[in-house]
Design a protein around this ligand. Sequence first.
Ligand SMILES: *Cc1c(COP(=O)(O)O)cnc(C)c1O
Length: 242
Amino acid sequence: MTERISTEQEPDLGYIDENYKYIKERVDAAAVKSGRTPADVRLMAVTKTVAPYIINRAIACGARLIGENKVQELLGKLDDLRTEGLEMHIIGHLQSNKVKKIITTVAMIQSVDSLSLAQEISRRAVESGVVMDVLTEVNIGCEWSKTGFACEELTERSLEIDALPGVNVRGFMAIPPVCETEAEARGYFARVRGLFEDAKPRFGKADFDTLSMGMSADYEAAILEGATLVRVGSALFGRRRY
Ligand SMILES: *Cc1c(COP(=O)(O)O)cnc(C)c1O
């Protein structure tokens, strides 16, 4: 008689492997379809509400870029994450008093939505002797409920922010309104792309190169409209409970 080995302690995370492979293939295919190469589009795993052991499974699958919305949550998970070779970004609205805590931990803050936040990032970056890469967030749907710069002021504000010491604006980030159709979503993505292309010569630097848009429901559409970084949470990890 053979002894049965209990697997109760190790829940089956095979679904993460399958999801990651599936999403990566679709991202790569969309990159090619958009006239670029897979290397031109980065896949971010959005890990909010996800436990470290599950995030580590995604890392084992090849995820190298993760995004968190909340500073406290990210810091709380750090000790349990396989962080070697891992790049972490803040993607949610950031309170100025939290900047100090993550200034040497994250590689990028994608959600710079005010000049005062950028000034605080600048102050802390200089103090720590680092240069922080940031994206400025555009409120592309002009929604009152969302943070971010209005389209009309995005480029001017971003140039002001880029001129601050210790801050390097790498591009734009957008969360378009919830759309009924893919065509509607693509319209928003195309508008963000237009703002990005128009801003490029104003910045006149090679590393103004990042356009972060597209989530679980619409990352392929975003890539077809020029996204260089897509932020995927629920399609990879499953539905969140809030
Ligand atoms: C949660 C979140 C995502 C991921 O959303 P999904 O629909 O689960 O893929 C992407 N970007 C931001 C800013 C988020 O807060």
